[in-house]
Write a protein that binds this ligand. Structure first.
Ligand code: GLU
Length: 420
């Protein structure tokens, strides 16, 4: 994996471009360049074998203009505040693109979750939750899973917050286990959204799903579900990878078999998987394979100026947050590669988080069919708005998505005015 620190500048460049096209003055959108709040905490954890280790954690709230802050919690050894700030801003734009009533936030702890025992991870999560407690709440800021966290971690957050309040507060966090107020369809939501957007993109280009070749970087919650659903839709998944390396088979990989293997092996990695005709490749080799579609579904800054000219896919569907640097983006534009942007592609997760939160605060449950149907309506509406505006103005899909999002956030800011 390459350097995972996205610079805030990459994001600011696109915000400036989109704002200029919208005819905004700097005063209209300058507040978008700064997070409203950023909290850094030092989290002491009693380790299983004695001693205390102190971990650094963050919670950044980028915007509350359109509603409470919303965004995931990431556990990764490489996270820096600058990256969390950029991710929080991306959440503001993502929620605006799909028009759900949230602003953006992001949390992170600088830790390798695989290096901690389950009990250590639980103590870390509970202490982190206690330390960011004044900032969060169902009406203030609602965390969710992201890279390195899962349903179980969300359950610990929900319990810790509820213990402090003295009553159960399911709406404090989304992506929880079903038995404590999680939503049907949430686990697969991001991958389902990626699949829907891939389908709509191919449809607009007049191409079938059947036989379309796809390479997917990342086989976590997002990449794994995307692989499963695209395979079911008839795409040919020729390559997948995770931190342990990649697999490639020109005639198509057996995705159900790979997913079963990952489930059955400790750590859930691809390494050790073998099959007839499978070649083992690096993550970088996967990015430059000759496929119809490339789906980065891991970390940010994977498609850089160095890799971009060698990318042979004609369509890039950004399932990860911020996988393409702004330099690489320009190269793709010159090469005529269609880049479908992260803030649209991976919004399915936060959309179903929104459904989960609605169910929690209304104390009711939706069936899975209602979740998936409403998700599809929202994703397709956003896709059509972005695609049509891009075609009309002759701009990239990313600029079009940023314009749609910034317009909505700036309108909300203008109506509310600057306090005091
Ligand atoms: N972490 C996910 C994202 O980056 C989901 C956030 C949420 O559901 O609040 O979109």
């Amino acid at each position: 994996m390459q350097d995972t620190n996205i610079t805030y500048d990459t994001l600011l460049t696109t915000i400036d471009q989109a704002a200029a096209l919208l005819g905004l003055q700097e005063a209209d959108y300058i507040m978008l360049k700064y997070p409203e709040r950023a909290l850094t905490v030092s989290i002491p954890v009693e380790m299983d074998h004695g001693g205390i280790q102190v971990f650094t954690g963050y919670r950044v709230q980028h915007s509350t203009s359109r509603g409470p802050c919303k965004g995931g919690l990431r556990y990764h050894p490489g996270v820096e505040l600058d990256e969390v700030k950029a991710m929080a801003a991306l959440m503001t734009l993502k929620c605006a693109v799909v028009n759900i009533p949230y602003g953006g936030a992001k949390g992170a702890v600088k830790v390798d979750p695989a290096a901690l025992s389950r009990q250590e991870l639980k103590r870390l999560t509970r202490r982190y939750t206690a330390m960011i407690l004044p900032l969060i709440g169902p009406e203030k800021d609602i965390p969710a899973p992201d890279v390195g966290t899962n349903e179980e971690v969300m359950g610990w957050i929900m319990d810790t917050y509820s213990m402090f309040k003295g009553y159960t507060v399911p709406g404090i966090v989304t992506g929880k286990p079903l038995d404590i107020g999680g939503s049907l369809g949430r686990r697969e939501a991001t991958g389902r959204g990626v699949t829907l957007i891939t389908r709509e993109t191919l449809h607009r280009l007049g191409r079938p799903m059947l036989g379309t070749t796809v390479a997917i970087q990342g086989m976590g919650a997002v990449g794994g579900t995307t692989a499963k659903l695209l395979d079911l839709e008839g795409c040919k998944i020729v390559a997948v990878s995770d931190v342990s390396g990649g697999l490639y088979k020109r005639s198509g990989l057996d995705i159900p078999d790979i997913l079963t293997y990952m489930q059955d092996h400790p750590g859930g990695f691809l390494s050790g998987y073998n099959g007839e005709g499978i070649k083992h490749i690096t993550n970088e080799a996967l990015l430059t394979l000759d496929t119809d579609i490339l789906i980065p579904a891991a970390l940010e800054n994977q498609l850089t100026l160095d890799v971009a000219p060698r990318v042979r896919a004609k369509i890039i569907v950004e399932a990860a947050n911020g996988p393409t640097t702004s330099d690489a983006d320009r190269v793709f534009e010159q090469m005529g590669v269609i880049v479908v942007p992260d803030i649209l592609v991976n919004a399915g997760g936060v959309v179903v988080s929104y459904f989960e939160w609605i169910q929690n605060i209304q104390s009711l449950t939706w069936d899975e069919e209602a979740v998936n149907r409403t998700l599809e309506q929202i994703m397709i509406r956003a896709f059509n708005e972005i695609w049509q505006a891009a075609a009309r103005r002759g701009i990239t899909l990313r600029l079009s998505a940023y314009m749609l999002a910034i317009d909505r956030v700036v309108k909300a800011k203008k109506i509310r005015g600057v306090f005091p």
